[in-house]
Design a protein around this ligand. Structure first.
Ligand code: 8NA
Ligand code: MG
Ligand code: MG
Ligand code: MG
Length: 350
């Protein structure tokens, strides 16, 4: 029983890494139907036990996820200043990992102010509106795993880790949605098939609580506080739709595939749920591979959408469902497994 949870920790962090590494070469692409054949061959080749190629390198997604894991493993009580320092140290030691355009400013300000107020730099982003990039969501997996039996604390830690770089409500709620999606997947038995509609409805029930607007708050004119509930309705609508040639274009148009949290987190969840059954032009019986391959096939922010979808799929399926040949193509895969085990064993002292 506890070995299943341990395997899910490994599956989720490995899923996140594989999505990042395999998705990164396609970042920014507009994927056409011909590219889907190329993608199929790319995955077939990578999964071939005889294939030897250079490591696929990880990007900012994994770089930041590493810091979140270390922050949890090294300190029994959440120490957010420690995390802010880890983020900045990681960035300054390897700045060329493809970080978001603006988050870099936060690292500079944190460092220049000697981490005096770790939440201030992020609040100043975008003329005070804060970032709604998907950078909070892409690194959240260790929080969902480690705190999975304390839902309230998990949410609190998710918010506080996100706010160091992302303070826009869409950036924060996107990280929360990704967190509860991993959490919900972790609690599912991989022997049981997932009903995608039920899974989605359950997430939406939880988002209703998280996106609740304070009665005294000003009227929410732009509807941002319900953005994720609305997107999950669309996820459900798309899941119920019969396949047609324009379906993937409709997914991109209605859910998005870019670096904004609200235009990528629901998309990643959709990828995971759609991959529970066969997808045209994706020839594999493996749900994990289908999830990642489909996520990349949508183009746009491929590393991050595949990373988020992979984290959810790995939390549901566990490590055994992930091809070791795919894993071995990724830089840092051994360290990620070690990190998952450390995260798992750190819980025993709590
Ligand atoms: P971020 O906070 O810099 O946000 C990313 C981008 O989102 C910003 O540069 C802006 O363009 C836009 N943005 C965010 N908030 C606002 C706002 N309030 N008003 C206007 N524009 C806004 O960094 P992040 O950590 O959220 O970024 C994560 C993403 O960047 C990931 O996809 C990661 O892989 C990386 N990345 C993506 C691409 C790509 O083109 N898909 C390229 C390089 C790096
Ligand atoms: Mg990236
Ligand atoms: Mg959306
Ligand atoms: Mg990205």
């Amino acid at each position: 029983e506890s070995s299943l949870v341990k395997s899910k920790f490994r599956g989720s962090l490995l899923g996140s890494l594989i999505g990042d590494c395999l998705g990164a070469p396609f970042e920014g692409d507009v994927v056409t139907s011909g590219d889907k054949i190329i993608l199929q061959k790319y995955f077939d080749k990578l999964q071939d036990s005889n294939f030897k190629g250079p490591y696929k390198q990880y990007t900012d997604d994994t770089a930041m996820m590493k810091s979140v894991a270390k922050f949890i493993i090294d300190k029994p009580e959440p120490d957010y200043k420690f995390l802010a320092k880890l983020f900045a140290t990681e960035y300054f030691s390897e700045p060329k990992r493809g970080y978001g355009q603006n988050v870099i400013e936060v690292f500079h300000k944190l460092k220049n102010s000697k981490f005096e107020n770790i939440y201030k730099p992020a609040t100043e982003q975008f003329f005070g509106s804060g970032s709604y990039g998907n950078g909070g969501a892409m690194r959240i997996a260790p929080v969902a795993l480690f705190f999975h039996d304390n839902y309230k604390l998990m949410l609190e830690v998710a918010i506080n880790t996100t706010k160091i770089t992302h303070t826009n409500i869409l950036g924060i709620n996107g990280a929360l949605l990704q967190c509860i999606a991993i959490h919900q997947a972790l609690l599912m038995d991989p022997e049981n098939k997932i009903d995608p509609i039920v899974f989605c409805k359950k997430l939406n029930e939880k988002m209703k609580e998280l996106e609740k607007v304070d009665e005294d708050d000003e009227y929410d004119l732009d509807g941002t506080s319900k953005a994720y509930q609305d997107s999950l309705e669309i996820v459900e609508y798309l899941l119920e739709k019969e396949y047609n040639d324009g379906l993937d274009e409709e997914v991109i148009e209605k859910l998005g595939n870019d670096i904004r949290a609200h235009k990528s987190v629901p998309t990643a969840i959709y990828c995971f749920l759609r991959a529970q059954s066969e997808i045209p032009k994706i020839d594999t019986s493996n749900i994990f591979r289908r999830t990642i391959q489909y996520a990349i096939s949508l183009g746009g922010d491929t590393d991050t959408i595949a990373c988020m979808a992979g984290a959810i799929a790995g939390a549901y399926l566990g490590e055994d469902a992930i091809s070791p040949y795919l894993a071995k193509q990724c830089e840092f895969y051994k360290e990620v497994l070690e990190m998952a085990d450390n995260l798992f064993s750190s819980r025993e002292g709590v």
